[in-house]
Write a protein that binds this ligand. Structure first.
Ligand SMILES: Cc1ncc(COP(=O)(O)O)c(C=O)c1O
Length: 395
């Protein structure tokens, strides 16, 4: 049996509601969020619904998750000369957003949760460290209570890369609402999606205002009025504005979030609760965590065992695989400090420090991941459990 394992969770739920909502926006011919012939103000509606869902003061929609991270740092004054502590076990966009601000990442090792190790954070704080990027990898939140304590003690800004973890919680509080800003992605492989898109969440009025200006070419806009660039408030900015078409689709997806998460968690439990957890070491969480359950991660003692397991599962149509072959810290962008710019921005102004992350190095070779596709049906789940048991008996 070939088991579905695509990562496109939100995409699976695109249906009549999204199609009708998109049609309405197209018929209105008003695709720009601030102005048009017959405005429906779908971006305002999405931001308001998301604000209520996350229980935060402000939400700002933007073009993608990477720009949401960049806006979060910029609005917090993080830039040239600064260093941001982050895990190397992530997608490159997390780190590109740091570089784009003029700051540099400093890679900090992960713990058994496969997120940044809070104990390693303190050991890596140096004179240029200004922020922590807490990346909630594969839907499972970092230990935010611990990270916030450390950040407070050392006066560091915390931004949460929640691109992969929209809907996950720690003790009932949504991931992405602990730090100064939470940055979220609405890209096709995320919990909810409009193809490409993102948003940031914050409780800080000043941070919100600055992010809003930066994302609108640095202009100062009151409500939906035209922005002005000549009132003494203007800053250098870029255009990171989302369209009404994206927002209306994201808005319909948001209405389905409880259903989406319930199904992900049910499928996860249908596997995890029916296998021998003394034999299979499932990715650790910490107390009070509720994950999006976008994937199943099984840790093995050795790389050889992991490879044997992946081979067995693949032969049986179950697409377990490595999350990645290399940590992003091994990319030329960092090892050779390669940039697009002849002055080698931002490495020419921000000092990059190479670090070792032995735990992360080891875990990427010892953990087998399986995307919990939204297409999984009970017959697939039963088959996966059967094959996991078969593997255990055989080896
Ligand atoms: C951990 C992480 N951070 C940031 C991003 C960037 O999001 P986007 O693709 O919407 O720019 C992604 C996207 O895949 C991601 O997985």
């Amino acid at each position: 049996m070939k088991i579905p394992n695509n990562p496109f969770i939100g995409t699976h739920y695109i249906g009549r509601k999204e199609i009708n909502a998109a049609k309405k926006v197209l018929k209105s011919k008003s695709l720009f969020r601030y102005d048009g012939p017959k405005m429906l103000y779908k971006t305002d509606e999405f931001e308001e619904n998301m604000r209520k869902y996350l229980k935060v003061k402000h939400v700002l929609a933007c073009i993608n998750g990477g720009s949401a991270i960049k806006l979060s740092f910029i609005a917090n004054g993080i830039g040239p000369g600064d260093e941001v502590l982050m895990s190397p076990f992530t997608f490159i966009a997390s780190a590109s957003s740091v570089l784009a601000c003029g700051a540099v990442p400093k890679f900090v090792d992960i713990d058994s949760t496969m997120n940044i190790d809070p104990d390693q954070i303190e050991k890596n704080i140096g004179p240029n460290t200004k922020a922590i990027l807490a990346i909630h990898m594969q839907g499972q939140p970092c230990n935010m209570p611990k990270i916030m304590k450390i950040a407070k003690k050392h006066n560091l800004i915390v931004v949460e890369d929640t691109a992969q973890a929209f809907g996950s919680e720690i003790n009932g509080k949504k991931a992405g609402t602990f730090g100064s800003c939470g940055a979220f992605s609405l890209q096709a492989g995320k919990t909810i999606t409009c193809g490409e898109g993102g948003f940031l969440a914050t409780n800080d009025n000043k941070v919100y205002e600055l992010a809003k200006m930066y994302h609108d070419n640095g202009g100062y806009r009151v409500g939906r009025n035209y922005p002005t660039w000549s009132n003494g408030k203007t800053i250098f900015g870029e255009n990171f504005k989302i369209t009404e078409l994206q927002s209306t689709i994201a808005n319909e997806q948001l209405k389905k979030i409880d259903k989406i998460l319930a199904k992900q968690r049910k499928n996860y439990n249908a596997i995890v609760n029916n296998i021998d957890k003394d034999f299979y070491h499932i990715r650790d969480g910490f107390k009070g965590v509720s994950s999006v359950c976008s994937s199943l991660a099984v840790e093995f003692k050795t790389a050889k065992e992991c490879s044997k397991f992946i081979e067995f599962m693949n032969q049986n149509g179950i697409g377990f695989n490595y999350y990645c072959t290399d940590l992003i810290s091994s990319y030329d962008t960092f090892t050779k400090q390669q940039s697009w710019d002849k002055t080698n921005f931002p490495y020419n102004i921000s000092k990059y420090t190479k670090t070792k992350c032995p735990n992360a190095e080891s875990l990427i070779k010892r953990v087998a991941w399986f995307n919990l596709s939204a297409e999984l049906k009970p017959k697939h789940l039963k088959y996966i459990v059967k094959k996991l048991k078969e593997y255990q008996n055989e080896f």
